[in-house]
Write a protein that binds this ligand. Structure first.
Ligand code: SAH
Length: 213
């Protein structure tokens, strides 16, 4: 059985060896990843390995993404302390916790009710910023609280996320894995009602699915 100290050491190593050494330079992001207890968001049997350089199953055929990919997406997104952030795909809630330490409020949508409830329970036990969770199909965002300064999608889309871009504030950015022949992380920036798109890197995510379970 690991102790709290073991987890703290594993978390520090993750930040240095997987994030800082690969170009995650934003101190606020490194600090947030250094604070969130990732081991609580995975099966307890995984223990210390929760901080390994990989993704893990979280049930319901879903996964918690590799820390580096999450940090890379958040760094490209450029989250500021006053930002309202929309996250599609709460999953375990781990990334929700990290984001909440970086911005004003996170609005996170998950289509699998059981995952969202479990995430809510864990998020309620740790220190986070402001978070609102919703069980719904997030393909069309969360209109009620829009516009958002930043939007992050954690499941692969098969077309440009037009509905989500509509919910982006001016000067807002959105990052999503998009499959248009091959899977790629794409960054969209909105300015004066127009947006531009930048393809960043190949990636591999679980699919964005329709409906609620
Ligand atoms: N960032 C998460 C990883 C989640 S994996 C973490 O840190 O754990 C992607 C998640 O997106 C899954 O939980 C999946 O159920 C969810 N998802 C897939 N399609 C969705 C949709 N249309 N609306 C909301 N969530 C969706």
């Amino acid at each position: 059985m690991e102790t709290e100290l073991d987890f703290t050491i594993a978390r520090r190593r993750m930040v240095v060896e997987q994030l800082a050494s690969r170009g995650i330079t934003d101190e606020r992001i490194l600090d947030a990843f250094g604070r969130v207890p990732r081991h609580l968001f995975v099966d307890p049997a995984i223990g210390n390995r929760a901080y390994d350089d990989c993704s893990f199953p979280i049930g319901y055929a879903q996964t918690i993404s590799q820390p580096y990919i999450q940090a890379l997406m958040i760094q490209h997104l450029g989250v500021g302390p006053r930002d309202k952030v929309l996250e599609i795909g709460t999953g375990s809630g781990y990334q929700t916790a990290v984001l909440s330490l970086l911005c004003r409020e996170v609005f996170s949508v998950e289509r699998i009710g059981a995952l969202s409830k479990k995430a809510a329970e864990i998020l309620g036990r740790i220190d986070t910023g402001r978070i609102r969770l919703r069980i719904n199909d997030g393909s069309s965002g969360w209109q009620f609280y829009s516009p958002y300064d930043r939007i992050i999608v954690s499941a692969v889309m098969n077309a440009r996320p037009d509905h989500l871009i509509e919910q982006l504030a001016d000067k807002g950015t959105l990052i999503a894995p998009v499959d248009s022949g091959s899977e790629c992380l794409v960054l969209y920036k909105k300015l004066d009602g127009k947006f531009n798109e930048q393809r960043l890197a190949p990636c591999s995510f679980v699919p964005l699915l329709k409906g609620v379970e």
